[in-house]
Design a binder for this molecule. Sequence first.
Ligand SMILES: [Zn+2]
Length: 170
Amino acid sequence: MPSGRTHDQITFLCLPWVGLVSLMLTFNLGLSLCLCGGFLFSGLMFGPDLDIYSKQYQRWGLFRFIWLPYQKAFSHRSWLSHGPVIGTVLRLLYLGGWLGLVWLMCAVISQMANLSHQMPPLMTTLEQLWTQSPDAYLALLVGLEMGAMSHSISDAVGSGRKAFLKRRKR
Ligand SMILES: [Zn+2]
């Protein structure tokens, strides 16, 4: 299986091509930037290897503790962390849970402190963002999934290559 460094190199090597192809397909620089942003974020710190002590995990710095329950819940390279679509969806739901918790705490604090500026409900804010620019949302999601898949595919290729070399040695 490729090292964290190799995964990073693959992400950086693929990035210009991802940008070029998305630009050719959408003719929209903003959407391409959203897709590339998602791809880069997913490749470097929101990818499948958050299920172990990895470079992706370490990049969360002070906030990396939030991924500890995720690591406990999923064994390394399980289909729930490395599988297509399901891996990204579960990570998004998981991170969404944490963000929801922080949002709720801020809302409670602002209410207790009787601040004049109250926090809007999280779902309302997300819905507003979605209605304002659904295309950008979709481009971001596609980028996140592509970043995760570039990881999972290189894992699979690395394992296949290793098995092939082992068989040839015998
Ligand atoms: Zn992996």
